[in-house]
Design a protein around this ligand. Structure first.
Ligand code: PMP
Length: 361
C-alpha cells in the first residue's frame, strides 16, 4: 500500500494515524463486539464518543462556557441557510462581506428571507484582495455581520478578526478552523463543515454564543432550530455517528500533536514554502492574491502556459502528489494544505514544482 500526498480541497486528506485507529476499531469498538457505527447514538458508547468530541474541541479551541457547540448534518451550506432563521427577524437587515465564491454562496442562502446588505464585495477585483475595513458599508441595525474567514477557492484569508462593533460577527471557518489559535469570544457564531480541517464530510460544527439562542428568529421547523438542537444535545434526529466519531479522533490527534499553536507554526512554514516557490519562479508559476491576505490553507496557482497544466497534473500524480487541479471556477492548480497535510508532503510538492520548471522552463 502506498498513500499519496493528497492536496484535495475537501473532502481532504485525514491524518494517517486517525485512519489506522478507525481501521483497528472498525469491527470491534473498545471490546463491545460491534463497530461504533453499528451502535445506538443514545447508547453509553456513542454518548461517550460525543461527549469526548465536544470536550476535546472545546479544549483545542479554548471555547468559553458561554458558547454552545453543536454537531450537525447538512454541511456548511445548511448552516448558512439557518443563520437568518435563527438569528434575524423577518425582513431584518443582515450584513455580508463577500471575499470569494463561498461568501457569495452564503449570501444566496439568505436573500429570500432577510434584507441582505453586501457591506463589502471583493468581486470587482476578482477576489484577489479583501476590501479595506474602512470601506465597509455596515447597516446600523443588522442582526449580524457574516464573513468568510478563508475562501477555499480564491485562496483569500483574513489574517485578523474584523472589528464590527457590537453586532454579532458570524464567521464561516469551514476551511481554516483549528489551523491557528482563535479568540472565540470575538464571535457570535463560528461554523464549519468538517471535511477540511476537522475530519470527514457529513458533520458540521456550529459554535454559538448562548445569548443569541434567545433571539426569536423566524418561523421554522424544530429541526432547523439551533435552540432545539442544543436542548437535544445535537441528537434531535439520528446524528451522523460515524462522521462525528472520526472527527473526534481527529481532535484527539490534534491535541496529541500539540494543539492549534503547533499547527499554526506548521501551517505558516508549509504555506511560506509554497508561496516562496511560486514567487521565486520568475513568472513560471503565479499566485494573484495580495500578499497580506494569501491563504495558509488553500494555495491557488497558475502555470504561465495553460498547455502545461495537463503534463503538470500527470507528472505530479506519478510523483505521488494528487488532487492538485484547481476549482473549475478559477482553473489552474490549487494545493490545499490543511492540518493533516504533513510538512513532508508540501516539501515534496515544492521539490516537484522546482523540478517541473527546470524541465519545462
Ligand atoms: N464555506 C466554505 C468556506 C467552503 O469551503 C465550503 C465547501 N467547500 C462551503 C462553505 C460549503 O460547504 P458544504 O459543502 O459543507 O455545504
Amino acid at each position: 500500500m502506498s498513500r499519496a500526498f493528497n492536496f484535495s480541497a475537501g473532502p481532504a486528506t485525514l491524518p494517517e494515524a486517525v485512519l489506522r485507529q478507525a481501521q483497528a476499531e472498525m469491527l470491534d469498538w473498545h471490546g463491545v463486539g460491534a463497530s461504533i457505527v453499528e451502535l445506538s447514538h443514545r447508547g453509553p458508547e456513542f454518548m461517550q464518543v460525543a461527549a469526548e468530541a465536544e470536550a476535546d474541541l472545546r479544549a483545542l479551541m479554548s471555547i468559553p462556557d458561554d458558547y454552545a457547540v453543536l454537531f450537525l448534518q447538512g454541511g456548511a451550506t445548511t448552516a448558512q441557510a439557518l443563520l437568518p432563521l435563527n438569528f434575524a427577524a423577518p425582513g431584518q437587515a443582515v450584513d455580508y462581506v463577500v471575499t470569494g465564491h463561498w461568501g457569495k454562496t452564503a449570501l444566496k442562502q439568505v436573500k429570500h428571507c432577510v434584507a441582505a446588505n453586501v457591506a463589502a464585495n471583493g468581486e470587482p477585483g476578482g477576489y484577489r484582495d479583501i476590501p479595506a475595513r474602512d470601506t465597509w458599508q455596515l447597516s446600523s441595525d443588522a442582526a449580524y455581520v457574516h464573513y468568510t474567514a478563508n475562501e477555499t477557492i480564491h485562496g483569500v484569508e483574513f489574517r485578523d478578526i474584523p472589528d464590527v462593533g457590537d453586532v454579532p460577527l458570524v464567521g464561516d471557518f469551514s476551511s481554516s478552523i483549528v489551523s491557528e489559535p482563535l479568540d472565540v469570544s470575538k464571535f457570535g457564531v463560528i461554523y464549519a463543515g468538517a471535511q477540511k480541517n476537522l475530519g470527514p464530510v457529513g458533520v458540521s460544527v456550529v459554535i454559538v454564543r448562548r445569548d443569541l439562542l434567545e433571539r426569536a428568529g423566524q418561523p421554522r421547523a424544530e429541526i432547523l432550530d439551533y435552540r432545539a438542537h442544543l436542548k437535544g444535545e445535537s441528537m434531535l434526529n439520528t446524528p451522523p455517528t460515524w462522521n462525528w466519531y472520526l472527527a473526534g479522533l481527529v481532535f484527539k490527534w490534534m491535541l496529541a500533536e500539540g494543539g492549534v499553536t503547533e499547527f499554526a507554526a506548521r501551517n505558516a512554514r508549509k504555506s511560506a514554502l509554497l508561496y516562496g516557490v511560486i514567487d521565486q519562479s520568475g513568472g513560471f508559476y503565479r499566485n494573484e492574491v495580495a500578499a497580506a491576505v494569501r491563504s495558509r490553507m488553500n494555495v491557488p496557482f497558475f502555470l504561465h502556459d495553460e498547455a502545461l497544466d495537463k503534463p503538470f497534473l500527470a507528472q505530479a500524480q506519478e510523483a505521488g502528489l494528487i488532487s492538485l487541479k484547481g476549482h473549475r471556477a478559477l482553473g489552474g492548480m490549487r494545493a490545499s494544505i490543511y492540518n493533516a497535510m504533513p510538512e513532508e508532503g508540501v516539501q515534496a510538492l515544492a521539490t516537484f514544482m522546482r523540478d517541473f520548471q527546470q524541465r519545462h522552463g
